[in-house]
Design a protein around this ligand. Structure first.
Ligand code: FAD
Ligand code: NAD
Length: 405
């Protein structure tokens, strides 16, 4: 009898957890499982802001797929997905084509620039290991040019703009707050000359988050030298910097570094497949399937699920993507075996933690508000817990975070 073919696209949180759970659950005789990913490694997207600031080496963030996948159970193909032909149950890769019986889409998120002029051309975004590395290298380069650049052109070299004070923007400026003093020492630059400006369109930092925790974060970050421009929207990005507007007041800020952290969307490939999406995010069924396509599952940031209590989508997070991986692996095993019960997906939110550099954080965990050391400790422990789930104690010891003071 032919074994059913399960094809998992993308080794982000959702995809890699689906693959590793399936390899634990199903025997090699029960299904042919294939995982496709662009790179030979899975990366912890939740640490990319540290790689971008240069406070954590990118090798700590990436985990070789061969180290967590059992090749006797899962066939890993390093390639780029180009097209999903769901009518034909086929996926086109840059270097070939694959057929499937069951498909899991775990292609993650992309930066969303909302059509704002010049952002795609002139701004960086923190969306992959290589993009994070580019930001780190670029900032170091701008600092290195300072002393050899004419005095009237120097200031913008040391100005870093971060668009968006959502969780990504805030975590990134937190890391910059730690990194900039190191860079100043390295390149003989007066710290006072460096500007880190965080621009947020909404009337507050971390819109919608607990106001007391937000106040703590703003005060901690301002002490690290971060300037906030609140209620101010980025309207354009140019080679020289950005144009912002607060009401009718328009201002141009010159900066050699602009990092856009003000929006994400699901993978363009999901909408190009002809499925109905909202910015690449598809409203999945209770079993994480594409409506009308019972053999196609979505995990991670391309899946849209509604929080019925507030009638709004859950934010796309790693926490939810991981839980979806467990759910989809269970449901696939039920379908392959033709026995057991499909489980509905219900997020089990443990809390939200936002780092403000390696030694500080804010958050709510198990219904308790946390700030400072305790929040930072909890965040690191939750990162270590993920590593344990993925690769056991060995992976925690290799890649985990233990610098708890
Ligand atoms: P992703 O992590 O987006 O990974 C997708 C994978 O698919 C990647 O390996 C990619 O290379 C691969 N891929 C993409 N396209 C292709 C293709 N065409 N062909 C082959 N492979 C492809 N969430 C939290 O819960 N807690 C946090 O603390 C947190 N911190 C964050 C910090 C930052 C800086 C950022 C940017 C996000 C953070 N998030 C956090 C959000 C979280 O990272 C995302 O929700 C999560 O990464 C989504 O996981 P995913 O499974 O959808 O896939
Ligand atoms: P986001 O959409 O959550 O925040 C973007 C911010 O940019 C918003 O505050 C928005 O008002 C602002 N903005 C939009 N357009 C703007 C403009 N033109 N000018 C200035 N500001 C503008 O995006 P994100 O922070 O990248 O987060 C993406 C997802 O990842 C979210 O679901 C988030 O919860 C998750 N995440 C979680 C963590 C964590 O849990 N520690 C960390 C990072 C990201």
């Amino acid at each position: 009898m032919n074994k059913p073919k399960i094809l998992i696209l993308g080794a982000g949180y959702g995809g890699i957890i689906t693959a590793t759970r399936l390899q634990k659950t199903l025997s090699a005789n029960e299904a042919e499982i294939t995982l496709v990913n662009k790179n030979s490694y899975h990366y912890q997207t939740t640490w990319l802001h540290e790689n971008a600031a240069g406070t954590l080496h990118h090798d700590r963030t990436r985990i070789q797929i061969k180290d967590v996948i059992n090749p006797n159970k899962v066939n890993f193909i390093q390639d780029t997905v180009v097209e999903i032909k769901h009518e034909e149950k086929k996926v086109v890769l840059e270097h070939g084509e694959l057929e499937y019986d069951y498909l899991v889409l775990g292609l993650g998120f992309e930066s969303e620039t909302f059509g704002i002029k010049g952002l795609k051309e002139h701004a960086f975004s923190i969306a992959s290991i290589n993009q994070a590395r580019e930001i780190k290298e670029h900032i170091e380069y701008t600092f290195s040019k300072y002393h050899t650049t004419p005095a009237d052109k120097r200031d913008e070299l040391l100005t870093i703009i971060v668009g968006g004070a959502g969780f990504t923007g805030i975590e990134f400026v937190g890391e910059l707050g730690n990194r900039v003093p190191e860079l100043c020492k390295e390149f003989d630059i007066d710290r006072e000359k460096v500007r880190i400006i965080c621009v947020e369109a909404a009337p507050m930092v971390l819109p919608g988050f607990d106001p007391e925790l937000v106040e703590y974060a703003v005060s901690a970050l301002e002490k690290k030298g971060v300037e906030f421009k609140i209620g101010t929207a980025i309207k354009e990005c140019t080679e020289e910097g950005i144009v912002v507007a607060k009401g009718d007041d328009v201002e141009e800020i010159k900066a050699a570094t602009v990092v856009w952290a003000a929006g994400v969307r699901g993978s363009a490939l999901v909408e190009e497949a002809g499925f109905e999406t909202m910015r690449g995010r598809l409203k999945v069924t209770e079993h994480m399937r594409v409506p009308g396509h019972d053999n196609v599952f979505i995990v991670g940031d391309s899946a849209l699920i509604i929080n019925e209590e507030i009638n709004r989508p859950y934010p796309p997070t790693a926490q939810i993507a991981i839980q979806q991986g467990f759910n989809v692996a269970h449901n696939l095993a039920v379908l392959v075996r033709g026995k057991g019960e499909l489980q509905e997906f219900k997020p089990d939110l443990k809390g939200v933690l936002c780092s403000l550099g390696h030694d500080d954080a804010i958050g709510v965990a198990f219904d308790k508000k946390l700030t400072g050391w305790s929040a930072s400790f909890m965040k690191k422990m939750s990162d270590n817990r993920y590593l344990f789930i993925l690769g056991g104690l060995g992976l925690v010891l290799k890649k985990g975070k233990f610098n708890i003071f």
